[in-house]
Design a protein around this ligand. Structure first.
Ligand code: HAM
Length: 434
């Protein structure tokens, strides 16, 4: 038997688990500040939940099989269809807007590479029931606040934002037939990574004339002010420009304007997005997308049976972890043992006094360890040092005046006559009592 997990799957040894916990704790702490509530769904879903709407790419990556009851099923590759299904089940009863978040483990049979595994955890934050652009701004500000809380700044991370309605309006204004839009989307999506002549060739294949090709290729670098000035009079474009300007204004007011860059090449791979879309990247361009999301106003109608506007994002743990480690922002796990309780040699060498002490200290909220078999005192202390204990409590029932002696490195010894006195002293050091 190999000791390795399957390709693209991870073992979480305590050091890695501590990193994961750091991300999850930060995610939960920030998202709850915005009044989002946590939910979860099943990791296994009916296959058709994904084949209907997620788009071809994700469907080719499914872990799917037929279960013993002959049902075609799939491990969830993303959370959004489950959310749509669950909101649909309670559509009438839920207070709108629904503000929900979840941290599912997701499974995609991808080619494993840097930033891409076959399982990952993904924070999903979604709002259902609000069509106003203020909801889009609030959503993106959540993702950016998470970056800040993890120690990243607007010099490290950039949110690239676009709007599918605006892009569609531009393509309409340029009189590009709707049948060619998917091809144009594909070219824009790859514009950064693909030589210009290859992109131009693909646009020509899609039937675009040379002048129109140039305009589309220019979308890769155009800033919002220029675009707004250029298309101010175009009826197919103007309302979308105005809405987008309002969105940018809200982002400024929310205090995250400096993180944002307008970028028409952000198209998003998933098929269901209908409005503002965004992705977060490190500014150097060293890593893949940290986070992606946007508005999907028609998905609930098709999957949830309820006609509700919706928007959300997914933020994976893999790329974010790589970025934090590269920037020295991932805290190391270190030792968590606050007290090592040792038993001084006594006539009976019974551990009862040490065990009672450990229990009493644990009730104060302290992290406590002790030897699990009889050992000489020096061996117990050595084991405590190896565990990285911050302090030692030596219990000596024969020392009737002060049976509890505490040693903390860098501090003078503390002696206690009662267990209550020891616990009262320890409480402020250990935080909350349970
Ligand atoms: P997505 O762009 O497919 O969107 O994934 C969102 C994020 O999850 C990516 O930016 C990336 O950080 C991470 N991710 C995706 N696939 C992998 C992988 N194979 N390995 C490691 N990390 C990965 C969605 O899934 C949408 N359902 C998000 C959403 C929620 N839209 C609305 N609400």
């Amino acid at each position: 038997m190999s000791h390795k997990p399957l390709p693209g799957f991870r073992d979480f040894f305590p050091e890695q688990f501590a990193e994961r916990a750091h991300l999850f704790d930060t995610w939960r702490r920030i998202v709850r500040r915005y009044a989002f509530q946590e939910y979860d769904g099943p990791p296994l879903e009916p296959l058709e939940l994904y084949t209907q709407k997620s788009g071809d790419e994700i469907v080719t990556q499914l872990y799917n099989f037929v279960d013993k009851g002959d049902r075609p099923v799939a491990l969830r590759p993303e959370m959004t269809p489950t959310l749509a299904r669950m909101v649909g089940a309670r559509a009438q009863a839920l207070r709108k807007p629904v503000r929900w978040f979840s941290i599912p483990q997701l499974f995609r049979y991808e080619r494993t590479q840097k930033g891409r595994l076959r399982e990952h955890y993904q924070l999903n934050v979604d709002i259902v029931g609000e069509a106003d652009v203020l909801a889009d701004a609030e959503l993106l500000s959540v993702a950016i606040e998470i970056m800040s809380a993890l120690g990243l700044t607007d010099q490290d991370v950039r949110a690239r934002v676009s709007d599918r309605r605006l892009l569609n309006g531009l393509l309409e204004h340029l009189m590009i037939p709707e049948a060619s839009w998917p091809a144009v989307y594909g070219v824009l999506d790859k514009l950064e990574r693909q030589p210009r002549d290859v992109s131009a060739g693909k646009l020509a294949e899609a039937g675009l004339e040379a002048a129109t090709q140039d305009v589309v290729l220019g979308f890769g670098t155009v800033d919002f002010a220029t675009l707004r000035a250029r298309y101010a009079e175009a009826p197919a474009v103007k309302p979308h420009l105005d809405r987008f300007a309002e969105y940018l204004g809200h982002l400024d007011a929310l205090g995250v304007g400096s993180w944002i860059r307008f970028d028409l090449t952000i198209v998003r791979g998933l098929a269901y997005y209908t409005g503002i879309v965004f992705e977060l990247f490190d500014r150097i361009g060293e890593f893949r997308a940290i986070c992606g999301g946007g508005r999907y106003d028609t998905l609930l109608r098709s999957l949830g049976g309820t006609d509700q506007p919706a928007l959300g994002f997914g933020m994976g743990d893999v790329v974010l972890g790589e970025l934090l480690r590269a920037r020295g922002l991932m805290p190391s796990s270190g030792s968590v043992v606050q007290f090592w309780v040792a038993q001084a040699p006594g006539p009976a060498n019974a551990p009862a006094a040490a065990l009672q002490t450990a229990t009493a200290l644990r009730h104060t909220g302290a992290v406590v360890e002790h030897a699990l078999r009889p050992m000489k005192l020096d061996k117990q202390l050595e084991a405590g040092r190896k565990a990285g204990a911050a302090a030692f409590v030596i219990v000596d029932p024969s020392a009737t005046d002060a049976p509890w002696r505490v040693r903390r490195s860098g501090h003078d010894d503390q002696m206690f006559a009662t267990l209550d006195a020891l616990c009262a002293w320890a409480s402020p050091l250990t935080g909350s009592a349970s």
